[in-house]
Write a protein that binds this ligand. Structure first.
Ligand SMILES: [Zn+2]
Length: 428
């Protein structure tokens, strides 16, 4: 590989949209056939859905016929017949790595597919801007899960030198990053923010006394405020990568922003989590994707449970042609769809936090008649002009969540301690 070139694989990253779809289908169809022939679970689930593998000839057939796979289905299947249920496509002696995803789900890998997987992740980090000369502090979990060790391998494939920092021990992180002149830091957003705070507590200005030029965070930046805070604290660029504990990383943000480029091997869909139908192009919904490199345990049409704002289909100045996955708003269980719009509790919080006299809040969604109704209940902690603040909040919230809500100010302690942020009272 040529150092500092723009692309990891120029040919596939910059192909036209038509070619791209052809390319994705050329990868996905053999994977469907492989799963059908080698995994009893898929043979059964395809047949239960009234589908023969030869019926699947084009991508539309895939969308219309291939059943979804949910996390619960994997958990139940493995629980019935541990450790892998009837999802295993290879002989147990061919496995070289087993990760555990929350559930628990056992995720087996052969040596060959692990190599392909980490190469795809390497491409993602390359898109984010990591290069051969970088010294990377990897603050992801190395135990059990498909994070630390796989991401470590991916950075080393680019040629970076990696510190396996892991999570926790934040002072040590700051000290070691200063000592080794770490240039790239990767981790979950909350932990990276914490490292910034820790550095300041230690009397170190992370933007001046550390050498970080790039932060790669794991798709959990819920608001632009957070991104700005990270950039300012560390004086570094911030890029996001998106993946799940079962799929691994499937999208990464280039220097031009506007979302995270899906890998060209990944044909992602965005569905309405309630109906399972595709949303109109560009609109928000739940991310569904198949993994095309898995050999040991194929993952086909997997419902991630993550809600995205949608796909950005505009051409990207970087020249990559894959759609960009817009912000991840949260989990399907936490992000209500109200009047066709997804409401992100973090965005509501960012508005409420502008007012120091306000505290705990609750989002209440109801459908008293035929229409959804959105109410934001907010506690105040000192005497306020209720009517005035409520009026402000209605307008400020409308700017951010693009919906009109009822705002009700209540005294501190009114919202029960154990109440969730979201109270969805709709019956259907
Ligand atoms: Zn781009």
């Amino acid at each position: 590989m040529v150092e500092n070139q723009t692309y990891w694989n120029m040919e596939t990253e910059t192909m036209s949209r038509d070619k791209l779809l052809e390319y994705q289908w050329s990868k996905l169809l053999p994977q469907l056939r492989y799963a059908y022939s080698n995994v009893p679970y898929y043979r059964r689930s395809f047949e239960d859905a009234g589908m023969k593998i030869d019926d699947i000839k084009k991508v539309e057939d895939y969308y219309e016929r291939v059943p979804f796979l949910s996390k619960t289905q994997i958990i139940e299947n493995q629980k019935t017949n541990p450790p892998f249920g009837d999802l295993l496509a290879v002989k147990p002696e061919d496995l070289s790595r087993i990760y555990i995803a929350p559930g628990p789900i056992a995720l087996p890998f052969t040596k060959e597919e692990y190599d392909m997987l980490t190469s795809m992740v390497a491409k993602g980090f390359y898109i984010c801007g990591a290069r051969k000369k970088d010294i990377v502090n990897l603050a992801a979990n190395f135990h059990w899960v498909i994070a630390g060790t796989a991401l470590d391998e991916a950075f080393r494939k680019i040629g970076c030198a990696v510190l396996p920092g892991g999570p926790g021990m934040s002072k040590m992180h700051v000290e070691m990053m200063r000592l080794t002149r770490t240039t790239v830091l990767m981790g979950f957003t909350m932990f990276v923010l914490k490292l910034g705070e820790t550095a300041k507590e230690m009397g170190i200005d992370p933007s001046k006394e550390l050498s970080l030029r790039l932060l790669i965070v794991l798709g959990d930046v819920r608001t632009e405020d957070t991104k700005g805070r990270l950039e300012k604290t560390f004086g570094a660029e911030v890029r996001e990568a998106y993946g799940t504990a079962d799929l691994g990383l499937i999208a990464a943000e280039c220097p031009d922003g506007g979302g995270m480029h899906l890998y060209e091997e990944i044909l992602a869909e965005v569905i309405d989590p309630k109906t399972g139908k595709h949303v109109p192009f560009g609109e928000g919904g739940e991310i569904v994707a198949s993994d095309i490199v898995r050999r040991a345990m194929p993952i086909i049409r997997y419902r991630t449970g993550d809600i995205t704002e949608g796909l950005n289909l505009d051409p990207c100045p970087c020249g990559r042609s894959t759609p960009r996955l817009k912000r991840i708003l949260g989990r399907t269980s936490d992000i209500p769809k109200v009047k066709g719009m997804f409401i992100n509790p973090s965005e509501v919080e960012s508005v409420i936090k502008r007012h120091p006299e306000l505290g705990k809040f609750q989002i209440i969604v109801d459908r008293p008649r035929l229409e959804d109704e959105l109410t934001i209940k907010v506690e105040f902690n000192k005497p306020v002009d209720k009517g005035k603040i409520e009026g402000f909040l209605v307008n400020e919230l409308k700017e951010v969540i693009r919906l009109k809500s009822n705002v009700v100010l209540v005294e501190e302690g009114t919202i029960p301690q154990d109440a969730g942020v979201l109270d969805d009272r709709r019956k259907v």
